[in-house]
Design a protein around this ligand. Structure first.
Ligand code: COA
Length: 148
């Protein structure tokens, strides 16, 4: 059974491999993963089974208005459909809530049915399709969970 823990430096190579495999040309480059590790503290978590990383989630907090963010979520193709994506999201929400966030937001492709299913199941709302959120001319939905 997989366990979910805070990521440590030696996990980053494996996280990068999954990030590339999962997001392909849209993946974060190594320096972004490293810097997210540097600033994300407890909000960078991974699911491991028998020493192998199967998935990860990265969060962040905009402290000025206590807004949490889910910045990335990825599960290796071979480990999908077993509830890991939902468990990682749930765990990250718990960690962000402990930091007194009043809401948690995320962005998702409108066609990403499995991710949207997880987020809706966990109480996220939002279905407005934004045309150019990441300045890449791709469509995204911002979903939000109120946590107070
Ligand atoms: C999204 C992702 C993290 C889900 O990981 P996972 O471990 O397979 O997720 P889970 O098993 O917890 O849940 C997936 C849910 O979606 C459902 N699902 C799968 N394919 C689906 C589809 N085509 N349409 C609707 N629901 C679907 C599953 O039945 C499951 O729901 P359930 O819990 O009610 O059974 C994984 O597919 C992934 O890494 N995708 C690429 C990266 C990505 O899109 N990340 C999210 C960015 S916002």
């Amino acid at each position: 059974m997989a366990t979910i823990n805070k990521v440590v430096l030696k996990d980053l190579n494996d996280i990068l491999k999954i990030e590339k495999h999962v997001f392909k040309t849209d993946s974060y480059p190594p320096f972004v993963i490293r810097q997210l590790f540097d600033i994300s503290g407890n909000y960078f978590i991974a699911a491991k089974e028998d020493g192998e990383i199967l998935g990860y989630a990265i969060g962040g907090i905009k402290t000025a208005d206590n807004q949490g963010w889910i910045l990335s979520l990825g599960v290796h193709e071979n480990a999908r459909g077993k509830g890991l994506g939902k468990q990682l999201t749930k765990k990250l929400i718990e960690i962000l809530k402990e930091q007194h966030t009043t809401q948690i937001s995320l962005t998702v492709y409108p066609t990403n049915a499995s991710a949207i299913k997880i987020y809706k199941d966990l109480g996220f709302v939002g279905n407005e399709i934004l045309d150019n959120y990441f300045l890449d001319h791709e469509k995204r939905i911002v979903m939000t969970l109120n946590t107070n």
